[in-house]
Write a protein that binds this ligand. Structure first.
Ligand code: 9MG
Length: 257
């Protein structure tokens, strides 16, 4: 899944694709690199990010969905927590809802089911504004499993049938939590849904001195993507599609032997 952030403030590429033309060029580049789907977002979810209005989020993403839906050849996912944004983007042809709030808003459940859209149900502790202030768990894996299983049950009860789960690397988790999740990712398989993870360029991959910026974290991202695939991830949400595809074909080759 290739990332298209139509935002001024995302942690790695904020501002680069805010203009619809640059977002479209980027989207087509990711498709050329081999993305199997695109995730379009108009609101940053980086730690500390401020929320944006429905109108602003629509203003950012609608032109991009309009230009790509039905012609780009890959399914479009809309990264949103807002039913109004999901509704409009699904109406225009997006097929997947990527909700960092795990479809916790009943409106998101209704919209996703009404459009027979697929859903990515992610775990987050708190909100992007607050999530990194001392996140704590008794048992991070058990708590995330319980949350995700509960949200999958709610989505199925609402009529959503095509569901992937995502433990939400970096969303209200310490570095230790993120590594525990990556190490024990296969323990989420019991929920019965494909697993998606998004380690791409995230700060927890940093060397302990924090000296490498987000745009320098491709080697770290490739390591995380391979570990995730080895431990059960069916999909990865990434900025660097071509490089991640190369890394993942090694996992595939290993499995064939
Ligand atoms: C929007 N967004 C940012 N990081 C993400 C992640 O790790 N997973 C999903 N599903 N969405 C994400």
């Amino acid at each position: 899944m290739g990332i298209v952030n139509v935002t001024p403030d995302s942690f790695s590429d904020g501002g680069r694709y805010l203009n619809p033309d640059s977002a479209l060029t980027h989207a087509w580049n990711l498709i050329g690199e081999g993305a199997d789907m695109l995730d379009l977002g108009g609101e940053s979810s980086r730690p500390g990010a401020d929320p944006v209005s429905v109108e602003e989020e629509l203003r950012r993403v609608v032109p991009v969905v309009q230009a790509l839906a039905g012609v780009c050849g890959v399914p479009l996912s809309i990264d949103t927590t807002k039913p109004e944004v999901a509704e409009e983007c699904l109406r225009l042809g997006a097929r997947i809802v990527n909700d960092i709030n795990g479809l916790s808003d009943p409106g998101m459940l209704r919209v996703t089911a009404r459009h027979a859209a697929a859903a990515i149900i992610m775990h987050m502790r708190g909100t992007p504004k607050t999530m990194q202030s001392a996140p704590a768990y008794q048992d991070v894996i058990a708590e995330l499993q319980a949350f995700l299983a509960g949200r999958v049950a709610a989505a199925q009860a609402a009529g959503v049938t095509d569901i992937a789960i995502d433990p939400g690397l970096g969303f209200g988790k310490t570095t230790a939590h993120n590594y525990e999740i990556l190490r024990r990712l296969d323990e989420f398989r019991g929920i019965g849904c494909p697993i998606l993870v998004g380690p791409s360029r995230k700060a927890f991959l940093n060397a302990s001195d924090g000296s490498r910026g987000a745009s320098e974290r491709l080697p770290e991202t490739l390591a995380a993507v391979v570990i995730a695939a080895m431990n059960g991830a069916a999909m990865v949400r990434v900025h660097d599609v071509a490089a991640c595809r190369c890394a993942l074909q090694v996992v595939r080759a290993l499995r064939r032997r």
